[in-house]
Design a protein around this ligand. Sequence first.
Ligand code: B16
Ligand code: MG
Length: 225
Amino acid sequence: MMLKAVVFDLDGVITDTAHLHFLAWRAVAKEVGITFDEAFNEQLKGISRMDSLQRILRYGGKEGAFNDKQCLALAGKKNDLYVRSLASLTQDSLLPGIHDLLVAIRGANVRIGLASVSLNAPGILQALGIHNAFDFCADASRIVCSKPDPEIFLAACAGLNVRPEEAIGIEDAAAGIEAINAAGMLSVGIGAGLVHAGLQLHSTRELNWQCLTDFWASRSVLIRN
Ligand code: B16
Ligand code: MG
């Protein structure tokens, strides 16, 4: 079977906005008497805005302390802070190797998709100057079930007009790897501890077209045997 598409997560794979998410959440959490560190923030990677808020409130022992309207206001405050911090993003904010990889995938006539749960994804791609590199970006606002549910990766494959078995997904979060695997795609994990990824890499520095095609070929051998 031929590889027809590569679907990227955004935060942690294409650019590193996790720290900006952390700073914004930390400021909002502090206002309601909750403190957390960057280690806890790991658990928020790939998790939607409202789900992240619920995890923070649970962590701080304040689950159920705020009604829906108050939760929306807290999430809105976090987003305002986060969006303001995105002004610091430039084309230099692409993680190492990503620019060359996008060029190589395009050169091989393989489709490129995005499966980010961030509602800010379109603006981030613009700021990074790579919005034209994608054949299809799944619309996070239409996704009902957050990662680890496969919905967003299935939506990306459908938009790219490929079957999940014909695609590789690349993620930095455990929930994202679960989502890719559940979609029936091949998974590549960036970072430590992603033990369920089909291919584990330490960083995007190791991610290139050759390693993706080798990974795809090795999996074809496994299927033939
Ligand atoms: P927003 P990804 C995710 O991006 C982030 O990892 C996660 O921390 C964030 O809460 C989520 O986007 C929603 O972002 O508040 O901008 O809609 O990893 O799916 O690209
Ligand atoms: Mg991510």
